[in-house]
Design a protein around this ligand. Structure first.
Ligand code: AHR
Length: 503
């Protein structure tokens, strides 16, 4: 059995964890909305047509914020289409996903759903085919109390009180040539600056996220961040990052090492934000919003087939990745990485929430179940709130195709207000268990409350409607405190949540 050492000190804090680190995302794409959260006629549907069984699963995740309505979709979307009497809402071709958008679910319906799901809305404006004017109008519509053209329209449409949307994305992936209205960094930076300025004039309490690169490996990465920030640094609060991974070569050790890339990506964007801050002699620090992240590759070929036979239909079953156990391990490693950057990554949205590259799956007219990746996200969302601590982890490492010295054991730690502590740990080894020995300085007497483990002997194991708990966490992982030190067995290929409380 290999040994790994963990040192934690109560005083070595990274920073307060913003609960929005456990956000998610619903796009008008595939069966995320229609057939996902919304299915009138479903046995569990409420009076608004929203599936109660799905809302319950979302609530169990404790999702503080949900990004909406896209994604690529938003770059061709007219927000005005999605409000007012449903009969009058237009059907539009969605050029992002080659489907037809009926606008049956729009801003009011989604805001109502989010309230039910106990989440806040993070709203993306269209800076692709639209611009600053449409952007400031929707802020007025959503957040102004009344007595103006758009706020009165909202009131006439049934919402007397402002929707109170605090967090706004200035477009989506505007660096990507696949985007409607794709822009250069300077073009985007100027538009984001002007839109952001006017949006904050309408409501100075809002926060704004500017588009960073849509992936770390974009050829324009780096220059894009620097160039657009030079234009809009003063107006915005966060820069977005997006990143998806896949195990296309079917090499699990390589795949599980992808969180090294994530770590690198975050550090580099932090450096660029701070470089622009330096150049501008700005006091303000811009933080990061990792508002799209996940594993995404299983469904790629299937989607091509769907488009070959069925373009322009409504609610096509697109991006329906079925996640396996190794995907859950990487998601756990990604969450560990976010926690270790909690001083700068304030928002993160797993993309997405229901059916579309999602932790929650539904069958139209049928059941709802948790995919494998649901579990690490739920654990982090429940037990990863408080102060992130700087863990020192030492132990054996491996080399793989893209990385050297990948630690088998990786960990993050969160101190809680009540004196408790949670350690999230992963063992990446395919065949060797690890013993984690923890030196918990300054914590006084602690005892193990629970050691949760997620493991399956088959890395390709999945959950289905028929076997929803095939890959599911169990308690009883065997962590103990001995002579003030933590001794925790971490089985090969396992995700662990070690919850400690005051003795
Ligand atoms: O989440 C799926 C898509 O991935 C989003 O629409 C887009 O922003 C990204 O490319």
């Amino acid at each position: 059995m290999m040994k790994a050492k963990l040192i934690l000190d109560r005083d070595f804090a990274i920073g307060e964890i913003d609960p929005r680190l456990y956000g998610s995302f619903i796009e008008h794409l595939g069966r995320a909305v229609y057939g996902g959260i919304y299915e009138p006629g479903h046995p569990t549907a409420d009076e608004n047509g929203f599936r109660r069984d799905v809302i319950d699963m979302v609530r169990r995740l404790r999702v503080p914020v949900v990004r909406y309505p896209g994604g690529n979709f938003v770059s061709g979307f007219n927000w005005e289409d999605s409000v007012g009497p449903r009969e009058g809402r237009p059907k539009r071709l969605d050029l992002a996903w080659f489907t037809t958008e009926t606008n049956e679910v729009g801003l009011h319906e989604f805001a109502r759903w989010a309230r039910e799901a106990q989440s806040e809305v993070m709203y993306a404006v269209n800076l692709g085919t639209r611009g600053p004017d449409a952007a400031r109008n929707i802020v007025e519509y959503a957040n102004h109390p009344g007595g103006s053209f758009y706020s009165d329209m909202r009131i006439r449409n049934g919402e007397k009180d402002p929707l109170g949307i605090r967090l706004w994305c200035l477009g989506n992936e505007m660096d990507g040539p696949w985007q409607m209205g794709h822009k250069t960094a300077q073009e985007y930076g100027r538009v984001a600056c002007e839109a952001g300025k006017m949006m904050k004039w309408v409501d100075p309490t809002i926060e704004l996220v500017a588009c960073g690169s849509s992936a770390y490996d974009m050829l324009t990465f780096g220059g894009w961040e620097y160039g657009m920030l030079e234009e809009c640094y003063d107006q915005i609060d966060y820069v977005s990052l997006h990143r998806y991974y896949g195990n296309r070569t079917n090499r699990t050790p390589d795949f599980l090492a992808r969180s090294m890339d994530l770590d690198d990506f975050i550090s580099t964007v932090v450096s660029i934000c701070d470089a622009v801050r330096g150049k501008k002699h700005a006091k303000k620090r811009v933080h990061l919003s990792f508002d799209e992240w996940n594993v995404w590759y299983h469904s790629n070929e299937q989607d091509q087939e769907i488009w070959k036979r069925d373009k322009w239909n409504r609610a096509l079953p697109l991006l329906e990745d079925v996640y396996n156990f190794e995907d859950a391990l990487l998601v756990g490693a990604m969450l560990i990485t976010f926690l270790r950057h909690a001083d700068r990554v304030k928002i993160a949205c797993m993309a997405q929430l229901v059916n579309v590259i999602a932790p929650i799956m539904t069958r139209n007219g049928g059941g709802v179940w948790a995919q494998t990746i649901y579990w690490p996200l739920m654990h982090a969302s429940h037990f990863g709130r408080g102060t992130a601590l700087r863990p020192v982890v030492t132990g054996p490492a491996y080399d793989c195709t893209d990385y050297e010295r990948v630690p088998y054991v990786d960990a993050a730690a969160v101190a809680h207000e009540d004196g408790g502590l949670t350690i999230f740990a992963i063992n990446r080894s395919m065949d060797e268990d690890a013993l984690l020995e923890g030196d918990l300085r300054g914590f006084g007497g602690l005892k193990v409350r629970e050691h949760i483990v997620l493991h399956h002997d088959d890395v390709k194991a999945v959950n289905t409607e028929e076997a929803p708990e095939n890959v599911a966490p169990r308690s009883g992982g065997g962590a103990k405190i001995e002579g003030g030190r933590l001794i925790a067995p971490l089985g090969s290929l396992s995700w662990n949540v070690i919850r400690l409380e005051k003795a």
